[in-house]
Design a binder for this molecule. Structure first.
Ligand code: GLY
Length: 601
């Protein structure tokens, strides 16, 4: 369903403060990606190049798509209704953190594939006065978890880390949102949960994307009656445009709205989680929930192309891997290379390969393992690693492994307010609809984040990542992530880019390519998001590209240099970016690969 149709079909929903004069939702007056900007004229810094030559001839997304523009605030998320909830908060005087909280809870309702109460994530904040903060609200392993809990009698890791109650880590999202709000928020907490509560109680029209995602879960959900009761009424996914109501989820949101995180980690919701664990053989206990804490951690700071990048540190590998890749690439002249040429993709692939080898060997939860961040990001180390890149030949990754099936359901949202406060959040329940297990009576899905641990050293996880002991399971430990919410600061001190994406291990390589496209090749925000992307993660030794994303001559040349190349089954990621031009215009770029929206004013 198009944004316009979805907005129109929502007009009947009395969304309280979202409704304004003339029966138009306030947020319908924002500018949306794909529409002509109404408030502010798009200005110079957005590249006006409409040349089709920028992307390969077979690439389905345009090089000239106009981003949303605004002079004050901008919200970009994977769902129009969630972006609208955030925009309404900004218009009401809330700041970027307030809006991010509203978006987060709205996504938990309208985008259950990845939005969540039962998952976790990471937030990067840069305030208008230049303060930087990164928040870890990643799930942790239950205290009863153990290193080999998923290894069966044949020594194999089965499917229990992916589907069902045993796959769930202790959720962090509610604690994370509350912690961010306590430190930076301005509007009342209950105001920020109200759009989500109403969307859950009164329902929202099911998008084509949600319908299709639910259709893909028919068999899996058949093993989880409480889940099927919500998402497969009459045994089938709701049809496109049908209104989906989630009364149990509305009750949970109301409790969190009234009592804060206490309701989730100690009150009746906690009791429901524990009862659900007992029913389904999961491990999360009352103590696990009571002890969960979101943690402010030091940011990963990367200097690149005269900019300062602020990204997420362990237990996300995102910032370190991004820093390693950019650090190696800075030693080559990317700007002098043609965009998406074999030369450029070869260098990027070799940087990806090396950074992912380090990720899988060294990174893990810093509260449990010593992570050599300073060494991995030191100029001397990046120099030595960069020197091992042969500009003419691929370096084989040894030993190779089988390719794992791909699944990548996480979500990212970016927010910038009129004062200039910026927030980048990536959040997840890991696979699509997480573990598939809903907490009965509380109405939300539990994550299957335990699969992000090394469930068995040497064996690929669901993303094909082959990880090491640094990421092995231990009670209370956080599993390593690839999430890479990132904020770029321009030399003049303004927040220049707020970005991030879902996509499992492709998250960090997607962010890399967005950053390089804008900073090195001068693409506009929307062009950088629309552009084709490639991915390599050391093992399997495979360079993947999106269908139509590389010219045949480029593929041929990369193969000649020794790369094993494969076309992906689908597209990669769902980037949500905000770019701020030197004259202060906010451009919002939602990824056409997803169904999201950039809404600004
Ligand atoms: N669950 C995907 C990630 O955290 O990287």
């Amino acid at each position: 369903m198009s944004i316009a149709r979805r907005l129109a079909s929502l007009a009947f929903l009395a969304l309280g403060s979202l409704i304004t004069l003339g029966g138009q939702p306030a947020w319908a007056t924002g500018t949306a990606a794909g529409t002509a900007p109404v408030g502010t004229q798009a200005k110079t810094a957005e590249r006006a190049d409409t040349s089709t030559a920028l992307f390969p001839a077979g690439w389905p997304f345009p090089a000239d798509r106009t981003p949303a523009a605004g002079s004050r605030g901008m919200v970009v998320s994977a769902d129009t209704l969630a972006s609208a909830a955030g925009l309404a908060v900004l218009r009401e005087g809330g700041n970027a953190i307030d809006a991010a909280v509203a978006v987060h809870f709205a996504l938990a309702v309208v985008y259950p594939q990845a939005g969540n109460l039962g998952g976790g994530g990471f937030m990067v904040v840069r305030t208008a006065d230049g303060r930087e903060a990164t928040l870890d609200f990643r799930e942790r392993a239950p205290l009863a978890a153990g290193r080999d809990m998923y290894v069966d009698e044949d020594g194999k890791a089965g499917s229990a880390s992916r589907t069902g109650h045993l796959a769930a880590g202790v959720p962090g999202s509610v604690a994370g949102m509350a912690k961010a709000h306590r430190r930076f928020g301005r509007l009342a907490w209950d105001r920020l949960l109200e759009p989500a509560r109403r969307l859950a109680a009164e329902g929202f029209p099911v998008s084509e994307r949600l319908h299709d995602a639910l259709t893909a879960q028919l068999e899996r959900f058949s093993h989880f009656p409480a889940t099927a009761a919500i998402f497969l009424p009459d045994g089938r996914p709701p049809s496109r445009g049908a209104v989906l109501r989630q009364p149990d989820l509305a009750r949970s949101l109301e409790a969190i709205s009234d009592s804060g995180p206490h309701a989730f980690y100690r009150g009746w919701i906690a009791d429901s989680v524990v009862a659900e664990m007992e029913r389904g053989g999961g491990l999360i206990s009352k103590r696990d929930l009571e002890e969960y804490r979101a943690i402010w951690r030091g940011p990963i700071v990367i200097q690149y192309a005269g900019r300062r990048l602020i990204s997420m540190g362990p237990p996300s590998g995102g910032g370190v891997v991004l820093g390693e890749m950019l650090g190696m690439l800075e030693r080559f002249d990317l700007r002098g290379l043609e965009y998406r040429s074999a030369d450029e993709i070869h260098l990027m692939t070799e940087a990806m390969r090396r950074a992912y080898a380090d990720r899988n060997r060294h990174l893990g939860d810093p509260d449990f393992v010593s992570v050599p961040i300073d060494r991995l990001l030191s100029p001397a180390y990046l120099d030595s690693l960069g020197k091992t890149i042969d500009p003419e030949r691929a370096t084989p990754s040894e030993p190779d492994v089988a390719v794992a099936p791909e699944s990548a359901q996480t979500t990212h949202y970016s927010v910038l307010d009129s004062a200039g406060n910026a927030v980048a959040v990536t959040t997840t329940i890991n696979g699509s609809f997480g573990s598939a297990a809903v907490v009965r009576g509380a109405g939300f899905l539990l994550n299957n984040e335990m699969d992000d641990f090394t469930t068995r050293p040497g064996e690929p996880n669901m993303y094909g990542l082959v990880q090491g002991e640094s990421n092995s399971i231990a009670p209370g430990k956080r599993m390593l992530s690839a999430m890479t919410p990132t904020i770029v600061v321009a030399p003049d001190g303004r927040t220049e880019l707020v970005t991030g994406t879902p996509g499992g291990p492709t998250i960090t390589t997607s962010v890399l390519q967005v950053v390089v496209a804008q900073l090195d090749h001068g693409l506009g925000a929307q062009q950088a998001v629309n552009a084709p992307r490639v991915h390599h993660q050391h093992l399997p030794d495979l360079l993947r590209y999106e269908r139509g994303g590389l010219e045949p001559s480029v593929i041929e040349e990369l193969e000649r240099r020794g790369h094993r190349i494969e076309e992906r089954a689908g597209f990669s990621g769902d980037v949500q970016s905000i770019y701020v031009s030197p004259d202060g215009v906010r451009y919002g770029a939602a990824d056409p690969r997803g169904g999201g929206a950039a809404l600004g004013y």
